[in-house]
Design a protein around this ligand. Structure first.
Ligand SMILES: [Zn+2]
Length: 315
């Protein structure tokens, strides 16, 4: 398996780091802000078939004329003329009642971000991609109208740039999972910094990520040096509180149970979109969580503004 793609050059790293620093003070401009949630309710007046029948019933009568031979009575009923009473002309025509303004179709507004201080929010997160099953997962999420967060590997983004771009374009949040999935605590600090920065660069290049880059260390492994390295770059450490262990069980039922049974308001659920069984479990996980009253959100929606170097395991 090729974890290593071509890394951005040191010059690009420096350039992008400058961009990142410039981006840090700005407020988050999440790509999900323009997402529409569900469908609006169309208000329209209706006329029932009963109304129509009542309005037309009194105008039909039979005449006394002899019916033509061979024609059944039902076929020669005719309308009886109704004489309208003559109205006195008035000097001034009565003002016509103003027609009720037709409701204008409202432009689809950007759906407001869910308020996780009020709602029972949980965030689905997918690590180690993009990969061969990511497209199927994106189809599922689109069909369900659910946004998620993807902690991608820089090497995988280099391999599947179109999937990374599609993920962002469809309103999901992307975070960094470093470049090669090696543990950052078992390498020199310069190398760890390169793992972090090269992934930041390719995220900026590929998906134009804005705001602080959420970072999830491979294996969840970090020490104080790694944390400070991230803090210098404005990046928070985002872990999880619900581990589906999907990489180990590779079982739709077990992964689903661990995700649903482990969730509580504010949870961050860990999964991996590089496993077919995980992608197959997601429709059921979404259905169960929504049936239990949870609102599924991205990490920027769940966490709100983040602090550089701060460690987050849930809301
Ligand atoms: Zn991972």
């Amino acid at each position: 398996m090729a974890w290593h793609g071509a890394r951005p050059s040191a010059a690009l790293v420096a350039t992008a780091f400058g961009m990142l620093v410039a981006l840090v003070p700005s407020t988050l401009t999440p790509a999900h802000a323009d997402a529409t949630h569900g469908t609006g309710v169309a208000l329209r007046s209706t006329v029932s078939t009963a109304d129509l029948a009542a309005g037309s019933a009194s105008t039909v009568a039979q005449t006394g004329a002899p019916r033509p031979a061979g024609v059944e009575p039902a076929a020669w009923t005719v309308l009886t003329p109704i004489t309208a009473p003559e109205l006195e002309p008035t000097a001034e025509p009565a003002p016509e009642p103003a027609p009720a303004p037709a409701p204008e179709p409202e432009p689809t507004p950007a759906a407001p971000a869910p308020d996780c201080a009020v709602l029972a929010c949980v965030a689905l997160t997918f690590d180690d991609g993009p990969g061969p099953y990511t497209g199927t997962l994106l189809n599922t999420l689109a069909a369900k109208g659910v946004k998620a967060t993807f902690f991608v590997l820089g090497s995988r983004v280099a391999q599947f740039p179109d999937l990374a771009a599609r993920t962002a374009a469809e309103g999901h949040a992307l975070g960094s999972h470093a470049w090669s999935h090696q543990s950052l605590t078992s390498m020199p600090v310069e190398q760890a910094a390169d793992e972090i920065d090269s992934t930041t660069v390719i995220l900026i290049q590929t998906v134009g990520i804005g705001g602080p880059v959420l970072f999830r260390p491979p294996y969840g492994a970090f020490d104080e040096q790694v944390r400070l390295t991230l803090a210098e770059r404005g990046q928070p450490v985002v872990l999880w509180d619900v581990d589906t262990e999907d990489w180990k069980n590779r079982d739709v039922g077990v992964t689903t149970h661990r995700a649903v049974a482990g969730a509580s308001p504010g949870s961050i659920i860990l999964m991996h979109d590089i496993h077919e069984s995980t992608v197959a479990a997601v429709p059921g996980i979404i259905d169960h969580l929504q049936a239990a009253g949870y609102t599924l959100v991205t990490l920027p929606e769940l966490l709100g503004p983040t602090e550089p170097g701060q460690v987050y395991r849930s809301r």
